[in-house]
Design a protein around this ligand. Structure first.
Ligand SMILES: O=C(O)C(=O)C[C@]1(C(=O)O)C=C[C@@H](O)C=C1
Length: 217
């Protein structure tokens, strides 16, 4: 049954943000789920659609255990007027995978990792995989994409390119797994916030105040 409350997140399907949504709201396919999930292009879109009233909730990445603040979200929270209400928080384990097309993987096996010219990922990912990228793909160009799943889509269609993304991306995108668990730190996780539009006069919760303090540090 289609849900009546719409939840926006950084898409396409296969992002860590989607995992955060499922963790917080349950699986969309569940028969009693009252929520519909909408993948958006950027974190900024999550904020603007929430402000326009197109969403009941937005789920956004906030901080990572290895490299700290998700700058996009911090900036957007600082700029938002009024700041959305923070009604929930959920931590998602982040184990990064190296994904590539079948052709690229075959070429790596035949000729070595130096054939990889481009690595796609979300900017937040680079400093979560410093060691692996330095040891394996130091000469490849690191190219930002709006999300890890978008990076996986790109690598799926290009030769001599890989993406750093989630195992969930490999499940929903036509791409192969080249390596698993390439994050620097075992137990790497990202904290996500669940946002709701702020209603005039609404009392700020403790979680709200905690976030307000974090972004002003
Ligand atoms: O690109 C994704 O998959 C996201 O959900 C974004 C994001 C982030 O902005 O931190 C979420 C978790 C990981 O730290 C990497 C990327």
């Amino acid at each position: 049954m289609a849900g009546s409350k719409i939840v926006g997140y950084l898409g396409p399907p296969g992002t860590y943000s989607q995992q955060a949504v499922t963790q917080h709201f349950g699986r969309e396919e569940a028969p009693v789920n009252r929520y519909s999930f909408i993948p958006l292009q950027t974190i900024a879109d999550c904020f603007s659609e929430l402000k326009k009233g197109e969403l009941s909730y937005a789920v956004v990445p906030f901080a990572n255990s290895t490299n700290g603040a998700v700058k996009f979200t911090y900036d957007l929270l600082r700029e938002a007027d009024p700041r959305p209400s923070v009604i929930g928080r959920t931590d998602v384990p982040v184990a990064h995978y190296v994904l590539a097309s079948e052709t690229t993987i075959r070429k790596i096996k035949d000729h070595g990792e130096q054939i990889v010219r481009r690595v796609y990922s979300h900017p937040q990912v680079w400093t979560q995989c410093t060691k692996y990228l330095f040891e394996h793909f130091v000469d490849a160009e690191k190219i930002d994409r709006d999300s890890t799943a978008l990076a996986a889509q790109q690598a799926a269609t290009e030769d001599n390119a890989i993406a750093i993304a989630s195992s969930a991306a490999a499940d929903v995108i036509d791409v192969e797994v080249y390596e698993t668990n390439v994050q620097d730190v075992e137990g790497n996780y990202t904290r996500f916030l669940v946002l709701e539009p702020y209603v005039d006069g609404q009392k700020r919760t403790e979680l709200d105040r905690w976030v307000a303090e974090e972004i002003e540090k």
